[in-house]
Design a protein around this ligand. Structure first.
Ligand code: FAD
Length: 447
């Protein structure tokens, strides 16, 4: 991997070198490991699985993350295996009529100075892992953390191996063991009542079906919003693969988080929908069903006396309706590393963890709540409320409160305009002036 960065941002070298133990090597944990290493610290990255990798299909990477990936030295590698979607389209579920459009290329680059990418998760994760290895991050596989000793700064795996660090960072996902240990509760993952169908299609197969050219010729992201569910379609892997997600009420049996399904189920749940979707669903060979869980805002992410914090899905798991969960996890790591690059003495460690929480908690909670709110918007039954929603969608100059949250100028700016590095600079100046910095974005919703 050749690692270069065109960014004007970088991490400074800290006055004190620390050791971080990161629990969990998902997209959040690996990106934070890279960031902390570049910020001059030593990282031990512990992963429960015997191999590094990501399951699932596509993922969208919005500009706050692509800007971070640039500083981490991974953007070129990620970009090389991504697609730059041209527009976001919202279709009426029954007819396929486009009822809202938001440009991405060139708009996002011009307005937010960062790219908007679509990528396969496995490719994204692999780019991050290669960069972590290039930076000599110590990675421990088969290392499921079982207990955390907050007073002594150590974690012990189920095999009985103990790892010590100055800071423990729990990036161990929605079922986080670190969160359980830190909060003393085991109620972090809530069923949302929705599930996701996820499938991939070979675009060569789409090309054989007349009428589907409008999707694969110019890759964009397409949503169909309908009663109780919505469908998302976008492209990956240089346009060779089409990613389909169906988000609908959860019908999985209790205690089952994932199950195989077949395309007949999707055809059935979208029985009276746009015939293009039927043509597309008929091309699906394998489809998985995943229960969707999210979090309630926690009182704190930081242990009251030990130097430990939980980040990523461990502290703010979300419905994927704003396509921003992993992006929040990546932003968390950039802010954590940015602040720790400025550390002057060990007695600042706990304060810097509190500062990380203070800068990140409100924002990620808005994404969790905003995503849940999107379900109410996307899944309306036909009727008066849906007609009011659609009349706002047709507005060529979207305003605050636009139901397409990606087109609402205020919400969009909140979601895509965030700059982790500028937040760190602002926060450090405030901290040095004796204040605990925080982050909010005013008036995200209509009165
Ligand atoms: C259908 C769907 C679509 C999505 N689309 C998008 C999107 O387009 N854009 C976006 O930004 N986000 C999206 N998300 C959200 C995104 O996938 C998550 O927010 C993100 O992957 C969370 O990363 P993480 O590293 O915090 O946690 P995880 O990815 O869950 O990683 C946690 C890691 O910790 C390991 N682990 C767990 N327990 C332990 C332990 N005790 N000890 C050691 N290791 C442990 C796990 O094996 C895993 O590797 C989507 C989610 C879903 C479900």
């Amino acid at each position: 991997m050749t690692s270069s960065s065109s960014s004007k941002y970088s991490f400074q070298k800290p006055k004190v070198e620390l050791t971080f133990v990161i629990v969990g090597a998902g997209l959040g944990g690996v990106s934070a490991a890279i960031a902390l290493t570049l910020a001059g610290h030593k990282v031990k990255l512990l992963e429960a699985a015997p191999e590094l990798g990501e399951v699932g299909a596509g993922i969208q990477i919005p500009p706050p993350s692509t800007k971070i990936l640039d500083v981490l030295g991974c953007l070129d590698a990620v970009d090389a295996v991504s697609i730059h979607p041209e527009n976001i389209y919202i279709h009426r579920y029954s007819t396929g009529e486009v009822i809202s459009k938001q440009n991405l290329v060139p708009y996002v680059k011009e307005k937010y100075n960062g790219m908007y990418l679509h990528i396969h998760r496995a490719d994204y994760h692999q780019c991050l892992v290669e960069r972590a290895k290039e930076l000599d991050v110590e990675i421990f596989l088969n290392s499921r953390v079982d207990t955390v000793d907050f007073e002594n700064g150590s974690v012990t795996t189920s095999q009985g191996v103990t790892h010590f660090g100055d800071v423990i960072v729990g990036y161990d996902g929605v079922k986080s063991r670190t969160r359980e240990q830190l909060t003393g509760k085991s109620d972090g993952a809530y069923n949302t009542g929705d599930l996701a169908y996820r499938a991939l299609i070979d675009v060569e197969d789409m090309k054989k079906v007349p009428g589907l050219e409008k999707y694969w010729e110019k890759p964009s992201i397409h949503f169909w919003w309908g009663p109780t569910l919505h469908i998302v379609l976008y492209f990956l892997q240089g346009g060779k693969t089409c990613n389909i997600v169906g988000l609908c009420p959860d019908t999985l049996p209790n205690n089952v988080l994932r199950q195989e399904a077949n395309h007949d189920e999707l055809l059935q749940v979208c029985k009276d929908w746009d015939q293009d979707l039927h043509k597309i669903f008929n091309l699906i060979d394998d489809v998985g069903k995943w229960r969707l869980q999210d979090s309630r805002e926690l009182k704190t992410w930081v242990h009251n006396s030990g130097n430990a914090i939980i980040l990523g899905d461990a502290s703010h798991s979300t419905l994927p309706y704003l396509a921003s969960g992993a992006s929040q996890a990546v932003e968390d790591g950039a802010v954590l590393a940015g602040l720790f690059s400025k550390i002057e003495s060990r007695d600042q460690i706990h304060e810097i963890l509190k500062m990380t929480e203070s800068l990140r908690k409100w924002r990620s909670s808005q994404v969790v709540q905003g995503s849940a709110n999107c379900r109410n918007i996307y899944h309306l039954h036909d009727g008066e409320e849906q007609q009011i929603r659609d009349s706002k969608l047709y507005d060529k100059t979207p305003k605050l409160g636009c139901p397409n949250r990606f087109a609402d100028p205020v919400f969009q700016d909140f979601l895509w305009g965030y700059n982790a590095f500028e937040e760190v600079e602002r926060a450090w100046t405030e901290y040095k002036n004796g204040k605990m910095p925080t982050y909010t974005y005013p008036n995200l919703y209509e009165e």
